[in-house]
Design a protein. Structure first.
Length: 140
């Protein structure tokens, strides 16, 4: 299933478990939010188009981070005048993970606990192998 949403004056095609950086919206890292401007829903061969939005549809997401985007350099120059100015700008952005796409009338369900807490098991530190007689003779 996928959806096309509008936020920050831009449109994004999203699916569950996508991570995406959008224009800054309110929310602390870890907060759960819902995006309500869903322009289109798609599920295999069926698609639902909004006019302009799909009534009752929304996208549930979790805020991962609040940060700044890449630097954009603004350079102005007038030739033969000795005039040049350089400025930079970093846009504030929010990083989201899409949890669910909810059609009209559906309610949000909690993510499975094992999926959240499931982490890669750490390896035990390697033991140093003992030096053999031949290795000690070569070093001597």
């Amino acid at each position: 299933m996928f959806a096309v949403i509008r936020t920050g004056g831009k449109q994004y095609k999203v699916a569950p478990d996508d991570v995406l950086a959008i224009e800054r919206i309110e929310g602390e890292p870890g907060a759960e939010i819902e995006l309500g401007e869903v322009l289109m829903l798609g599920d295999g061969p069926t698609m639902t188009m909004g006019n302009p939005t799909v009534a009752g549809a929304r996208v549930a997401a979790t805020v991962l981070d609040q940060n700044k985007g890449d630097k954009v350099v603004i350079f102005k120059k007038k030739r033969r005048q000795g005039y040049h100015r350089t400025r930079g700008h970093r846009q504030l952005q929010t990083v989201l993970r899409i949890d669910q796409i909810l059609a009209a009338g559906e309610s949000r369900t909690a993510r499975p606990a094992e999926a959240k807490s499931e982490a890669k098991p750490k390896r035990a530190p390697r033991k140093k192998k003992a030096a053999t007689d031949t290795e000690t003779e070569e070093n001597a």
